[in-house]
Design a protein around this ligand. Structure first.
Ligand SMILES: Nc1ncnc2c1ncn2[C@@H]1O[C@H](COP(=O)(O)OP(=O)(O)O)[C@@H](O)[C@H]1O
Ligand SMILES: [Mg+2]
Length: 285
């Protein structure tokens, strides 16, 4: 189920003194099963781009095609979009509003008009999938959950729609390091289970371990679209874009400068550890 973004531009408040061009002529195709990381400095248009793909905003110019159909045409079935593309906005926990966690997660599937037994089943599965204890949390008010649990509950609400494509806007920003790691593991699992993932971040380290492809935006333009290896190869460019370079990459480069025989092109911790073990011996624990 490819998503084609075709020459898309977006302006906020067009034809007013507040007009601002957020995206300019962006084109790319999302293929089934990809894990796409969307990177770029604050204000470069990441959130605007994913809201366009999710149909929350409509392009000022250009088109977005889902399976060949233009999603902004009046005859496009909006329900299809809601069923196929799930979007987790930044700080999704602010959108929890029902009296209990179960009701909150069930909200989307209920809107789809599924029979109650099916809604319950999907709700239970989604709550368990995010690592919450269904029996323990189902009757609780979402307000009583911790920050990380709230975010999990909000993501469960999107998963319960069983979308093929999951779009996440800075899903781990503001979480503590342990919860961040848990979350990334969870998102990787979803990808392995066959979901197509688009994840926005301004942190290269978060994406380096899991994305199969990176899109880099700068001032509303798509300036890089390549594998993580290729994107990270251009260290000078990344610095110019103020994106920084992953820490494992910095470590390897520093060691190579000391003429240690280590491979190039490492940008995540697992690979760094394996390279160090291969070079110096020892075992992974
Ligand atoms: N609701 C809005 N009204 C006017 N301008 C906006 C609005 N939302 C975002 N912008 C502007 O659009 C540009 C892109 O914003 P955004 O897509 O939120 O970037 P990012 O998610 O990469 O930080 C920025 O210049 C921002 O100020
Ligand atoms: Mg944003």
């Amino acid at each position: 189920m490819p998503i084609v973004v075709e020459n898309v531009s977006y302006r906020y408040a067009p034809d007013t003194p507040l007009e601002s061009a957020a995206l300019n002529g962006v084109s790319f195709t999302v293929r089934t099963g990809e894990f796409i990381g969307i990177l770029g400095h604050t204000g470069c248009g990441k959130s605007t781009l994913i809201q366009l793909i999710a149909g929350v905003l409509t392009p000022t110019a250009g088109r977005i095609l889902l399976d060949g159909s233009d999603i902004s045409r009046p005859d496009f079935k909006r329900d299809r979009l809601r069923e196929q593309i799930g979007i987790v906005f930044q700080f999704p926990e602010q959108q929890l509003f029902e009296m209990t966690v179960e009701r909150d997660v069930a909200f989307g599937p209920r809107q789809l008009g599924l029979p109650p037994a099916k809604v319950r089943e999907r709700t239970r599965r989604a709550i368990q999938a995010v690592g919450l204890d269904y029996e323990a949390v189902r009757e609780l008010s979402p307000l009583t959950l911790s920050g990380g649990e709230k975010r999990k509950a909000a993501i469960a609400g999107v998963l319960a729609m069983e979308p093929e494509v999951l779009i996440l806007d800075e899903p781990i920003a503001g979480l503590d390091p342990v919860t961040r790691k848990d979350f990334m593991r969870f998102i990787r699992q979803l990808h392995r289970a066959g979901k197509t993932i688009l994840m926005v971040s301004h942190d290269i380290d978060e994406l380096s371990a899991c994305a199969t492809r990176l899109l880099v935006l700068d001032h509303g333009e798509l300036i890089l679209d390549d594998t993580p290896e290729k994107v990270f190869a251009d260290k000078t460019r990344l610095k110019t874009l103020q994106l920084g370079v992953s820490q494992p990459r910095e470590i390897i480069d520093a060691l190579r400068e000391k003429e240690l025989d280590l491979p190039e092109g490492i940008f995540e911790y697992e690979a760094l550890l394996s390279a160090l073990i291969a070079r110096f011996g020892g075992q992974k624990t």
